[in-house]
Design a protein around this ligand. Sequence first.
Ligand SMILES: CCCCCCCC/C=C\C/C=C/C(=O)SCCNC(=O)CCNC(=O)[C@H](O)C(C)(C)COP(=O)(O)OP(=O)(O)OC[C@H]1O[C@@H](n2cnc3c(N)ncnc32)[C@H](O)[C@@H]1OP(=O)(O)O
Length: 303
Amino acid sequence: MAAVLRRGASFICLGSSQLLSGGCKHGRTCILPFFSSNNRNSSSSSKIKVDLDSSTGIAVVKFQNPPVNSMSLDFLTEFVISLEKLELDKSCRGVILTSAQPKIFSAGLDILEMYGKSPEHYAEFWKSVQDIWLKMYGYRKMTIAAINGFSPAGGCLVALSCDYRIMADNPRYRIGLNETQLGIVAPFWFKDTMVNTVGHRTAELSLQFGLMYSPSDALKIGLVDQLVPEENVLGTATETMTKWLAIPDHAREISKSMLRKPTVDRLLASRDADTKNFVNFVSRDSIQKSLGLYLTMLKERKE
Ligand SMILES: CCCCCCCC/C=C\C/C=C/C(=O)SCCNC(=O)CCNC(=O)[C@H](O)C(C)(C)COP(=O)(O)OP(=O)(O)OC[C@H]1O[C@@H](n2cnc3c(N)ncnc32)[C@H](O)[C@@H]1OP(=O)(O)O
């Protein structure tokens, strides 16, 4: 089991052979955070960097999983732990998600986690995908996606799960739920998240074609809320967060919950069936063949 080590203002999760303290939610052992007294608390695990400024209440969570921030099981585990920790931290009021990798927000789910593995592995992976969406879509604190690069499929879902999306105005970048182009199907909760953001008709076209939108097209359909020059993405996200934080937390939080809870509850009511569906679907020979061809295509593009 991979170890999650956070140094400085951080906590440490270790595999079961290295037990150090009581259990945490993810079957790993956690030493809970120890923060220093200054206003900035940084922690960096291998794949997620967290920088919390407790004077403003704003945390910046950076994806750092080169080359393309694909969401592997380890990435998702570290990501959900970081969000949980921030949700429990009273000095944090809002979270900005962005990427430490140039030109890529996230390449989405790690296809290698869905290819050539056992049914048990697919189930474990899928539960971690559900976990991150449930955490993000129902997150109590304000969230902004500062989308500084490509954002297909799972990367788009993470952005869609935030309260506000600011994207770099670089015409080369793309964002969208492109699953059908891989020969797979966005599950119902990906679809619900898209419908809740862009409306039913746009989602029909978007999901069936697996459309990837340029930033200006994404703005037109409401998939993102704002475009800014690439170098201003994080700065604008911080300014925007400051404006949102002028709203009393409890009022904003209850309003968000009223709007999103029914969508979250749909998955909560059928998590096991959804996992079974995923495992059966992804284990099919035809789906494995599609994913294998897609991986080959990604590699051959470079040659
Ligand atoms: C009946 C209903 C049942 C329901 C069942 C539900 C099933 C649904 C299942 C899952 C939903 C899926 C969600 C997803 O997120 S799937 C992932 C979709 N992602 C993509 O399509 C993106 C693919 N990547 C790219 O387009 C590009 O890599 C890029 C634009 C992000 C970056 O381009 P570039 O900078 O040129 O980098 P490279 O292409 O050269 O990539 C570098 C390296 O990384 C590998 N790689 C890229 N993306 C992924 C990925 N998502 N997973 C794993 N690996 C990835 C790429 O292959 C290169 O590898 P290398 O050759 O070994 O270096």
